[in-house]
Ligand binder design. Structure first.
Ligand SMILES: *Cc1c(COP(=O)(O)O)cnc(C)c1O
Length: 374
């Protein structure tokens, strides 16, 4: 039986020609014209001002910490309902994460919990330096009230939109409202460079500094001279060429993922205890992954684990929703604000195969397999 994956890469068909051209040009390392072309294409597609192409989304999260001036002992707030790569770079800089729970409308960070927490901290004059706001599963967090709170309390806003390229919030691309935004082109994301990421900023000097830090922080001198701590984080010019081809099909990929969601919803919504990830008014989700909740009190004895195991026995990959950061052994000593909702989402949530390459037959196989559990 052919294995059905959660979210596999989907080539546009144009990559091989572009890679061939890059190889013939001999610009196969981490400098070259394809990097600039990819960065400008990214800005055109998303409406960002400056984009810096990096070798991973995690590298982009890390550079955002450095550019935000996060130092040892600082506190950085972060969505607890996320993938660990949003939070690890807080540790790289010796800072302390404070995790904030989600809200039911978006499954992303709760503006009211954030407000409560900031009010409480303001009384002690102990406001964290920054907020890493995550947009999960192709859907925006409720950015406007969150941004307003950040401005009011002097918190630097960084957006992890690694999973939200193509997602819109009141008509605008998600991830561009903060001081920095992060995108990922890992193989499982909506489009891919095989591995890669982008850091966006509105400030040209910050973009220039990010490119410098990503290339070993070389000072302008013929000998190798360094005044800053640098990294080897730049994207390869070969992979940048793949990225440009992929950006051109982004809209089609979003459409295909939304269609997957629609099919699943139509075929499964009558099942007892099954609910789908919401999409509030004014939000446009890419439905990067189709996520369902299974309430074991209503689902006639089945739950997300029995479904996951049944699918696995049929060579179908599915995954529990992200395990919240405050439940991770790695972060057991960190402060958590709220926590109940993300725990509930983790306990009941399952992501179904959602790639844009899935055929109608594949989707039907998944649908039949889920229905068999009831
Ligand atoms: C994928 C992902 C990242 C990291 O991106 P990589 O390119 O894999 O390093 C960061 N945050 C979130 C929420 C992600 O899903």
């Amino acid at each position: 039986m052919k294995r059905i994956y959660l979210s596999s890469p989907h080539l546009s068909g144009d990559e091989i020609r572009r890679i061939q051209e890059v190889i013939q040009s001999n610009w196969i390392s981490t400098t070259g014209p394809e990097l600039e072309a990819f960065e400008s294409e990214f800005c055109r597609t998303t409406g960002s001002k400056h984009a810096v192409a990096l070798n991973s989304g995690t590298a982009a999260v890390h550079l955002s910490m450095i550019l935000a001036g996060i130092r040892h002992g600082d506190e950085v707030m972060c969505s607890t309902f996320t993938f660990v790569a949003s939070a690890n770079p807080i540790l790289y800089e010796g800072a302390k994460p404070v995790f904030i729970d989600s809200e039911p409308q978006t499954w992303n960070l709760s503006p009211s919990l954030l407000e409560e927490f900031l009010k409480k901290r303001a009384k002690r004059s102990k406001i964290p330096k920054a907020l890493m706001l995550v947009h999960l599963y192709g859907q925006a967090a409720d950015v406007d009230p969150i941004k307003k709170l950040c401005e009011e309390y002097g918190v630097l806003l960084i957006e992890d939109a690694a999973e939200a390229l193509g997602a819109k919030y009141h008509g605008r691309q998600v991830g561009l409202d903060g001081r920095f935004g992060i995108f990922s082109f890992n193989g499982n994301k909506i489009i891919t460079t095989s591995g890669g990421g982008v850091l966006v900023t509105r400030n040209e000097q910050e973009a220039v500094l990010a490119r410098k830090l990503a290339s070993q922080a070389k000072d302008p001198a013929p000998h190798y001279q360094h005044s800053l701590r640098g990294y080897n984080y730049r994207l390869s010019n070969v992979l940048a060429a793949i990225g440009t081809s992929q950006l051109r099909v982004l809209e089609q990929r979003v459409r295909a993922r939304r269609e997957n969601f629609q099919r699943y919803q139509n075929a499964l919504k009558d099942l007892p205890g099954v609910a789908f990830m919401p999409e509030p008014e004014g939000f446009f989700s890419t439905r990067w992954l189709t996520c369902i909740l299974v309430d074991p009190k209503k689902s006639r004895g089945t739950n997300r684990e029995t479904i996951r195991k049944h699918l696995e026995s049929l060579q179908i990959e599915s995954r529990p929703l992200w395990k919240p950061m405050h439940l991770q052994p790695l972060f057991q000593d960190c402060e958590i604000v709220g926590g109940g909702l993300s725990e509930h989402l983790f306990e009941q949530g399952l992501s179904l195969p959602s790639g844009s390459l899935l055929s109608p037959t594949d989707l039907q196989r998944v649908i039949d397999a889920v229905r068999e559990c009831f």
